[in-house]
Every structure is written in structure tokens, then in C-alpha cells.
Design a protein around this ligand. Structure first.
Ligand code: DGL
Length: 410
């Protein structure tokens, strides 16, 4: 699909070129809004307005128009492009030593997405700021800096999408299927559980080609030895690689626990994405200081689980329950009715009685049981389903491999 980029930004054009995307440039002005209480809404509205203005312009009607708007936001203030050198300097003084957010709204023919990254600024003295604005033209840069060309002088570190900080995140481009040559994504699980992860991914990236391996012959994995789970995971990985998959999603908590480190060692060039109990978000939500994790015996016994709790529970107590029988129900497609409710209740009520106010679905088979879990919990706890977060992580991994693939070898 050939694109029209509705932007004069050389950094945006550079990113599209590095990804091998075929495009023409057609910048079109449109009035911009600035809503400090709603930075995400600001960039989305502006990106849509620029796209609409470009589409309305002669010659690009009906074409695929890509537009974007980037702002820097800190402490309730929006930092767009400075109007003059004095304003550029004052932006840098205000951002000095602070962590700010970069928001980019990206729109493709009326559909918009927003990406957010964080940037930590060095503590800058006036001489450094003067030297920076003298060396870099800060006037066409949101926040008056350019991370790509001279960020090292003012930026200490960043997190999130790097290309977003440059003004055009790759993640939405992957989601829209605009990046050419993205290899299929392979998913595997002991059975049907991992499909919930694949479905969440496909709802973000509906055009992406995927393969799914359900190792039904060896189901379930929950009580098998780590070595055996590794051997089975290796076989599934090899099947997916033979299909041409470029990213492998271990769509199973048990296999992630037992096998992902060894798989990464064996295939260092292949990006792997795993699924692990979402202890961190659950702990962050908890008011009672106690959260529950439903998983397989294998996941709970694995070293990785202990590590996650030590690293991410942050003082919140984690009550874990192995629920192999629920894996069986889910695999058979029994996801509603009184027998299923009774089985789920048996595992969930003790967690509620123990005061857990967040319950983590720590096995991909349990995602299909989420409606029953929610019914039983009936508002007494958050039910933490990892599918959307994992889907987003898969997109991030594809985006960063696409950028790496486009970079010339050094
Ligand atoms: N779906 C799997 C998980 O996330 C494993 C279930 C099993 O085979 O025991 O843990």
C-alpha cells in the first residue's frame, strides 16, 4: 500500500524510509489544539485534523494518508515547538532534571492511535543549554530537543518507544500492517489457552499473519518436569520457525517458566515473548496488601515466579493457588454453567476470604474462564487478565525488530 505522509518532519520521513515503506510527502497545515489536561486527546485530535486537511487537498483524496502530532508534556504543561530561541532555552530550563512524557498521535485515514514514552533529562546548566541550542536547530522540535541527532547532550535516559520520541512510533504502523516484510508471528501452548493471547494480538494487528501450535498430544503441561516442558516447547518452536515465523510467543505461563530462557539461548536471533503472572499490575491495584495468583503447579514452583514476586510485589503478599482442574475444564471448552462455576468458586473463594483484592489469571487457559471468575468475584476484587498487555508487548517487539532490520549494518 503506498502512503502519503502528511508531515514535513525529516525525522518522520527517515523512520518510514528505514522501514522500507513506500511513501510520498504532502504536508498540509491544519489548526492545532493544545489541551494540557488531556495530552493524549490533544495529539489524537491534531493528528486527525492534519490527516483530514491533507486528504482534502487536491491530489491526495482517497489515498492512504498518514499524519502525526507529537508533544512533550510535563506537570500539566504542553511543550510543543518553541517559537524562538529564548522559548527553546526556557523549555530546556524547565525540563532540566525532570522526566517528561512524549505523546504522539498517529492517524491513518481517520483512525487514530496514541503512543507514550518517557524521557529523563539531565540536570542542565545555562552554559549547556546555550551550547545545545547553538548546535541544534531547536525550533521545529517539540520540547526543543532531538533525541536522535543530539539527544545525548541533554537526555539521560528514556523508556517506551524510541521512535515515538523522534515523532513517529513504529507500533501503530505495525498494527495497521504498514511495515512491509514482517514475518508471521508464531504462538504455542499446551492446548487452546494461548489462543486468548493470539486473539488479543490479532485485535491489535488484524492483518498480521500468525501461526498457532496447540500441543494437544502432550496436554497438560502443568505437572510435567521442566526438562520435558522444555523439550516440548522446543518442538513447537521448531515447527513455528519452519513455517517462517519471525517472532515466537510462548503463550503459556508454564512453558515460559520452564523453557523461555533456554529457548532464547538456543535461538539468540529470534525474539521470544513470554507470558508470566501479572503480579506487578495486581500489586499496584491492591488496597488490602494481598493479591491472589491462580496458575499451574509448574508455574508456581518455578524460579521465575519467586523472582517476579520478589521484584514486583513491592511488599504486597501473594497468595498462590494451583488449579490444574480448571486448565482441564478450559481445554474442553467448558467455560460456563453450574459445574464450571462450582469448580471456579472452590479456587477463588479462599482467595477472597484471605482478603485478596486482585486475582491474577496466571495461566492462559484461565483467560477463557475470566467471565466466570468475574461473576464469582462480583466486584470484590480486580480480575487481572494479561492478554492485552502481552499483545502490546508483542507489537513492541515486532516494531523494534523492524527498526533494527532497517538499520544499515555497521
Ligand atoms: N496454558 C498454560 C499456562 O499458561 C498451561 C496449561 C497446562 O498445560 O497445564 O500455564
Amino acid at each position: 500500500m503506498s502512503l502519503v505522509l502528511a508531515s514535513a518532519s525529516p525525522r518522520r520521513a527517515k523512520i518510514l524510509s528505514s522501514l522500507g515503506i513506500d511513501f510520498a510527502v504532502s504536508p498540509t497545515g491544519a489548526p492545532e489544539v493544545s489541551l494540557p489536561h488531556d495530552p493524549a486527546g490533544t495529539v489524537v485530535r491534531n493528528a486527525l485534523a492534519k490527516g483530514a486537511a491533507c486528504r482534502a487537498a487536491a491530489g491526495v483524496q482517497g489515498r492512504n494518508v498518514l499524519s502525526a502530532d507529537t508533544i512533550v508534556w510535563h506537570d500539566g504543561k504542553i511543550y510543543g515547538k518553541p517559537r524562538d530561541i529564548d522559548e527553546a532555552k526556557s523549555f530546556l530550563r524547565e525540563l532540566s532534571g525532570k522526566t517528561h512524557r512524549v505523546y504522539t498521535g498517529v492517524a491513518l485515514d481517520g483512525e487514530a492511535k496514541c503512543e507514550t514514552s518517557e524521557v529523563r533529562f539531565k540536570s542542565l546548566d545555562p552554559a549547556q543549554i546555550d551550547a545545545y541550542v547553538a548546535a541544534v536547530n531547536p525550533l521545529d522540535r517539540a520540547g526543543a530537543y532531538d533525541i536522535d541527532e543530539s539527544g545525548g547532550a541533554v537526555v539521560e535516559g528514556w523508556s517506551g518507544s524510541y521512535e515515538n520520541i523522534m515523532g513517529l512510533p513504529v507500533e501503530p504502523l505495525v498494527e495497521w500492517g504498514l511495515v512491509p516484510g514482517v514475518a508471521p508471528v508464531g504462538f504455542f501452548d499446551s492446548g487452546e489457552g494461548g489462543r486468548a493471547i493470539m486473539d488479543a494480538f490479532l485485535s491489535l494487528c488484524p492483518r498480521q499473519k500468525v501461526f498457532y501450535v496447540a500441543d494437544r498430544e502432550n496436554f497438560p503441561y502443568g505437572a510435567k518436569s521442566r526438562d520435558e516442558i522444555f523439550r516440548l516447547s522446543l518442538a513447537s518452536t521448531e515447527k513455528l520457525l519452519a513455517k517462517g515465523c519471525g517472532t515466537i510467543v510462548v503463550a503459556c505461563n508454564t512453558a515460559t517458566s520452564a523453557a523461555i530462557d533456554r529457548l532464547r539461548d538456543m535461538f539468540p536471533e529470534v525474539p521470544f515473548v513470554g507470558v508470566e503472572p501479572a503480579v506487578k499490575p495486581a500489586a499496584a491495584m491492591s488496597k488490602t496488601g494481598r493479591i491472589g495468583v491462580l496458575a499451574t503447579a509448574g508455574t508456581l514452583a518455578g524460579e521465575r515466579f519467586g523472582g517476579i514476586c520478589r521484584k514486583f510485589a513491592g511488599g504486597v503478599e501473594v497468595v498462590s493457588v494451583a488449579a490444574g482442574e480448571l486448565v482441564e475444564l478450559s481445554e474442553r471448552g467448558e467455560t460456563e454453567g453450574s459445574a464450571v462455576e462450582a469448580a471456579v468458586r472452590k479456587r477463588v473463594e479462599p482467595l477472597l476470604d484471605a482478603g485478596c483484592d486482585a486475582i491474577v489469571l496466571g495461566c492462559t487457559h484461565f483467560i477463557r474462564l475470566a467471565p466466570v471468575v468475574r461473576k464469582i468475584v462480583s466486584g470484590r476484587a480486580h480480575v487481572v487478565d494479561p492478554a492485552k498487555a502481552v499483545a502490546r508487548q508483542i507489537v513492541r517487539v515486532i516494531a523494534s525488530s523492524a527498526v533494527r532490520a532497517g538499520q544499515p549494518a555497521v
